[in-house]
Design a protein around this ligand. Structure first.
Ligand code: 5GP
Length: 194
């Protein structure tokens, strides 16, 4: 998606350790007009899929997911990072290793909000090694729900997450895929998606 690529070039900052900072428009301050255009694009890409719910993870997936959901007219559920898991049987739980924070979280979704009737679109801001998305898929599978696809704002194509998911037959649509980036020069190369 050209609009997102241009914005990353203009305002994204490449940090050491393969981190792209996009906090001026994507995951701290949020550009809602950009999110709206992203929602329109996801709607077009997933046209015809019987999506009845969007699943994301707190915190930075929520803003994007909420605006995207306005284009699908479906509710958003976000997986919560829990301090301690209360094993009362009312939650689906999984563990997710955080790429940016280098720690592991227990993540939960109430069984009330995910069921085998659901057809889920997963939305997140970044796809790197795929830990976050794989955790969400684990929750969806625990509920017996159907994964209709995964919609990502920025995929770092030089990390393994996207390939692993696509190899499993999961449809992944990323609006910008970064092939390489260089913290020293600030150069960012995007994959040509046609
Ligand atoms: P993964 O679980 O795919 O390894 O990493 C995805 C998660 O880590 C995303 O939810 C995102 O919050 C965070 N993340 C991964 N790479 C980056 C990055 O380059 N920049 C930022 N801002 N967040 C990232």
């Amino acid at each position: 998606m050209k609009l997102l690529e241009e914005r990353i070039r203009k305002d994204g900052v490449v940090k050491e350790g393969n981190i792209l900072k996009v906090d001026s428009f994507l995951n701290h301050q949020m550009d809602i007009d950009l999110f709206n255009a992203m929602g329109e694009e996801f709607r077009r890409l997933f046209e015809g899929r019987p999506i009845n719910k969007i699943l994301t993870i707190e915190a930075s997936g929520i803003g994007i997911a909420v605006i995207v959901a306005q284009h699908f007219h479906v509710p958003v559920v976000f997986a919560k990072k829990a301090q301690s898991v209360n094993l009362d049987g009312e939650m689906y739980t999984t563990k997710i290793e955080s790429f940016t924070h280098k720690r592991t979280y227990d993540v939960i979704v109430s069984k009330k909000f995910l069921s085998k009737e659901d057809h889920i679109l997963v939305i997140d801001d970044f796809l790197a090694n795929g830990c976050a998305v794989n955790g969400l898929i684990d929750l969806i599978q625990s509920a017996g729900a159907t994964i209709e696809g995964v919609g990502i704002a920025v995929e770092k194509g030089f990390q393994t997450g996207g390939k692993l998911l696509r190899d499993k037959g999961i449809r992944v649509e990323s609006l910008a895929i970064i092939e390489s980036m260089d913290a020293a020069t600030g150069e960012i190369v995007f994959r040509d998606q046609g």
